[in-house]
Write a protein that binds this ligand. Sequence first.
Ligand code: TPP
Length: 585
Amino acid sequence: MCANTSVDEKQPMMQQSEQQQPKDGADLLVKALHDQGVEIIFGYPGGAVLQIYDAMYRNPIRHILARHEQGAIHAAEGYARVSNKPGVVIATSGPGATNLVTGIADAMIDSIPLVVFTGQVSTAVIGTDAFQEADIMGITTPITKHNYQVQDPKDIPRIVKEAFHIANTGRKGPVVVDFPKNVSMDLFNVEDLPSPDAPIDLPGYQPTYKPNYLQIQKAIKALSQAKKPIVLAGAGVLFADAKKELTEFIERYELPITTTLLGLGSVHGEHELNLGMAGMHGTATANYAITECDVLLNIGARFDDRLTGNLATFAPNATVIHIDIDPAEIGKNVPTEVPIVGDAKQALQALLKKPFDKPEVGAWHERLQAMQQEYPLWYTLPENEQEILPQQALQTIHRVTEGEAIVTTDVGQHQMWTAQYYPLNNDHSWVTSGGLGTMGFGFPAAIGAQFAEPDRRVVAVCGDAGFQMTAQELALLKEFNLPVKIVILNNSCLGMVRQWQQAFYEKRYSSSLMPVQPDFVKLAEAYGIKGYRIDTLQEMDAIFEEALRSDEPALIDCRVKQIENVTPMVAPGAGLHEMIGVKPQ
Ligand SMILES: Cc1ncc(C[n+]2csc(CCOP(=O)(O)OP(=O)(O)O)c2C)c(N)n1
């Protein structure tokens, strides 16, 4: 299994036309992946999937060997978000499969389309605690859109086709396909295979794309009579590729807009109608606007608790219109007067199709502009003039990259500051872990994003703690010369935890300070990657200019002020209008 192979031996020189006829389940799987047009798979081999890896060797398909299964699945998530295609992952049974669990849960809650293949012990020994057996069907049932365990090789083409269909339609999400080893080794009779053109037949799964015309009429009526309307855009706009329609709609009716964390990029970050992100660390204007609005048009957001704050005081005066591809989301958290089930793009096209009276929004715009003047995002410069604030670092990164980069983040304070201080020019350029808040996500997600968009600049903004959870994937930057730029906003602590302890636990910093950190520059160099360290404000601009503009991978360890808080903040349980830190004390 571990025999030394030379580089030449590693790459089979087989052309597609020379591909062998499928002979076993593993071959059928690889053929099915080719049929789906899969360009790249992220994974890690092991005993239960050796037959599949052998089939991939003989019928080459691009496989990226991560250094940990969690790295593989977050890379697949980053790839999916940026390419708007499903990410594909493979791992062995037992620990390989369980190492994927965090990523599967992450993809489920953020609706990321993934098809995840896990090895399994042979069917004859399932349930006997066989070597590397884990009940991945049981484990992943609540965190997948659907899961399959293949029992018979002749089902493989159908199951793979269905898995991609389910993952990438309706409300997107992860699908697990569990592959017992004997099924991958079983020979089959070509005559037993279903026709490759057999249509997908899933009577219980028929997502609604086209919105109901009468509901669209009701939305139009409410919007045209509004005095204080606001649009809330979520990730549903991005999944539906509806940035163009959304922008046209808000411009035509002069509708102010705010986004969720995951909806960033659905409208230009510096559009004059854009009030910025709403929610726990949203802008004061966006949060006040939601509280005061009389019509709230939610397009593709699920009204999660980090967005709404206390539901009892959320948009108390608003007629709520909610467009969502998943009917289960409508009315789940926020009572909704106009439910519209459908795809965000088709719903916006329907709204654009029939011009209606522009709402009278002059006074509302004046009020919002006054709020923006009064409550801008703010920070106080430190006494030590050379100390760097993370917000300043992000403003510099934004300036150097001109808002054009694909930005991924890890989870913590740096994530919220990036959402606030890196207004994105483009859609499909923002990759962050929203619902699950998964530390360790940001860096491998950047790797997947760079594979999806090899010619674009990808910047991974990480905290010093979260980066260490998946830092082993540095090897991939070197191996594939991926020009990802890792920016570590290094505050030597678990910044977000420390902030909550400061605010709600009287500064008892219980296990949130990390005085000992690796030398990140040396760590990068150990993997053959150029490392930079920024200690002072004076040197910050020049180093970011050099590192971010280079064509090579780079890690930038940017030392930032430790005791600095993300503001404004809606404390847990508080309403959006009860933000703290809207202005300097
Ligand atoms: C896997 C995981 N474990 C724990 C947490 C809880 N948590 C949220 S933010 C945070 C601190 C992150 O620290 P760092 O990566 O340094 O980023 P910073 O907040 O300092 O920017 C922690 C521990 C989490 N979100 N994910």
